[in-house]
Design a protein around this ligand. Structure first.
Ligand SMILES: *Cc1c(COP(=O)(O)O)cnc(C)c1O
Length: 223
């Protein structure tokens, strides 16, 4: 398991994408999506200098987050059932998949109980694929207005999942769409600094289009 080499390669590719697009590579965080592996591999990934880890299933994540004592910033990136919020909140600093009002309400309620606040990204279905969850672009602003009273939710940006494509160039418009949506909301919601977009097959294009968080699984964590 040469995680150091894999991590260096991802970081190098991000650096190049930043150079091409005139961005600062320090503005891009690599989230290693550890859903494919267990605790030993996850520890090895941390040793390779990665500090942000992502999981998409509560059941698989909990044994890992409780076993790992190293300082980690955990990101919940998958569909989050309302009844699982109380299990997730104590461990995860970021929720990337805020995709409905009932989830916002439950996050607010449980965060209040724990006396914490939680950083959230609103999930947007830019591509319009039926299979993808998330708000349509038009729904985002009214949703942000509705949850603005929920003091425990710190909405810090937007997240999207691009369709699977043979050529990552095909999904550039999806990433650009998220960026443009964010830019249009920013005057009223200046705290929307983050764009979580890009995975193993398309993260360079996502970085060129402004991603601040890339969620990388296969090419980074698979041994
Ligand atoms: C699995 C997953 C990823 C990582 O995908 P790879 O193609 O393996 O890099 C990113 N985001 C979400 C929401 C995922 O579920």
């Amino acid at each position: 398991m040469d995680y150091r080499e894999k991590a260096d390669s991802v970081r190098h590719r991000i650096l190049r994408a930043c150079e091409r697009s005139g961005r600062d590579h320090n503005d891009v965080t690599v989230i290693a999506v550890t859903k494919y592996v267990g605790v030993p591999e996850t520890l090895a990934i941390l040793e390779a200098g990665i500090r942000d880890l992502g999981e998409n299933r509560v059941q698989q994540a909990l044994p890992k987050v409780t076993a790992i004592k190293e300082p980690v910033c955990w990101h919940f990136i998958g569909n989050l059932q309302t009844n699982k919020v109380k299990d997730v909140l104590p461990h995860f600093q970021w929720i990337h998949s805020l995709d409905r009002m009932s989830l916002a309400k439950e996050l607010q309620k449980q965060a209040e109980k724990l006396d914490i606040s939680v950083s959230c990204l609103v999930q947007v279905n830019i591509s319009g694929e039926q299979s993808k969850s998330g708000f349509s672009p038009e729904e985002v602003e009214p949703f942000l207005a509705e949850i603005s009273e929920m003091a425990r939710l710190q909405v810090r940006g937007l997240m999207t999942m691009a369709p699977i494509a043979a050529d990552p160039e095909e999904v550039r418009p999806v990433f650009r769409g998220l960026l443009e949506l964010r830019d249009s909301l920013k005057p009223v919601y200046p705290e929307l600094n983050h764009l979580s977009m890009g995975m193993s097959d398309d993260f360079e294009v996502a970085v060129e289009e402004g991603a601040t968080m890339v969620r990388i699984g296969s090419i980074l964590v698979k041994p």
